[in-house]
Write a protein that binds this ligand. Structure first.
Ligand code: ADP
Ligand code: MG
Length: 326
């Protein structure tokens, strides 16, 4: 990879969690019903994302690692009408490959083509050959930033990096209860969801029994927002950090202080100081009322009528707490 490419890679791939995010999005875009994520050393040593999605032919995978290759946009109208798939810029595999040792093993669902293994080292394709595996794709990323020492030095401890990875995988697991998502760190399984489609079961798998049992269902319709649904915890079951308030707008994770404040204020002072509830809330907003493409890499949104959205989300949570007698 050229120096320019390596620097450009830094914008897409900042840390192991960004690699995991891109790979998991690709698996979901490929229609996977299971996605297994394995990381070692917080992801700095090794990241493996394996799926049972549509897979790739040898020609597909050769193309996929080239710059700006995407199978997801057929014309400019797709871009303008709002793209349904998660990734659409055709950059992730190329840039991840430029700053690591990456092996892709893939086999298409369709036809009778065998599996292909493609290896990349610092952006160079070093091997393409036959392999054995069932239909689907496995991407293994080793030695992230081995050829960009400045960026490698910037990585935090394994446990900090793993914390970021865990948050990313947790979000996708919560947003996709119909996909079996697992996360393993240094040979220890952190969680595994069943993919059976119910959010409550997914919450149990991800956060454990104590939290799942403290969860109260939310389901309301608003005027500016459409439906607000999901779960929030009772005011006793909290954590000190805000990351346990997970909000999704039209199915996509967003980190939005307005929505977080709406959830917290619904508790009306029942929460201990500096404590956040567990919340997993899906807010469905008419497409014209929200801009989700503010920045494709950041998880921000912009609402047309933000004060109304806030009020309606807050009252949806209030109603749920009232119904539960809290
Ligand atoms: P983008 O997702 O923006 O299209 P990527 O670089 O992430 O770009 O991926 C390039 C292409 O490689 C995708 O468009 C897709 O065709 C293919 N691809 C990547 N990951 C997978 C996967 N897990 N299963 C099937 N195809 C994949
Ligand atoms: Mg992608």
């Amino acid at each position: 990879a050229t120096t320019v490419e390596r620097i450009a890679a830094g914008e897409v791939v900042e840390r192991p969690a960004s690699v995991v995010k891109e790979l998991v999005e690709n698996s979901l875009d490929a229609g996977a019903s299971r996605v297994d994520v394995t990381v070692d050393g917080g992801g700095t040593d090794r990241i493996v994302v394996s799926d049972d999605g549509e897979g790739m032919s040898e020609a597909d995978v050769r193309a996929a690692v080239q710059k700006h290759t995407t199978s997801k946009i057929s014309d400019i109208e797709d871009l303008e009408s709002g793209v349904a798939t998660l990734g659409f810029r055709g950059e992730a595999l190329h840039t991840i490959g430029a700053v690591s040792r990456t092996t892709i093993t893939t086999r298409p669902q369709d036809g009778d083509e065998e599996a292909t293994e493609l290896r990349l080292e610092g952006g160079e394709v070093t091997r393409v050959g036959p392999a054995g595996r069932p239909p689907g794709t496995t991407v293994e990323v080793e030695d992230l930033f081995y050829n960009t020492p400045a960026r490698r030095k910037y990585l935090k401890t394994d446990s900090t990096e793993f914390g970021h990875v865990n948050r990313v995988v947790t979000r996708y697991a919560l947003a996709n209860p119909d996909v079996a998502v697992s996360l393993t760190h240094d040979d220890r399984e952190v969680f595994a969801t069943t993919g059976q489609g119910d959010l409550q079961g997914t919450l149990l798998s991800v956060y454990g029994r104590e939290v799942a049992e403290a969860m109260i269902p939310v389901d309301s319709e608003g005027e500016a927002v459409g439906r607000v649904h999901g779960y929030v915890s009772d005011p006793e079951t909290t954590r000190a950090s805000r990351e346990y308030v997970s909000t999704f707008v039209n199915g996509r994770y967003v980190s939005d202080s307005l929505l977080r404040e709406a959830v917290v204020s619904a508790y009306g002072g029942q929460l201990a100081a500096d404590r956040y509830p567990f919340a997993v809330l899906f807010v469905e907003v008419p497409a014209g009322e929200v801009d989700v493409n503010v920045h494709p890499r950041k998880m921000e949104v912009r609402f047309g009528e933000s004060e109304t959205v806030k009020r309606e989300v807050e009252s949806a949570v209030e109603d749920a707490l009232l119904d539960a007698g809290l």
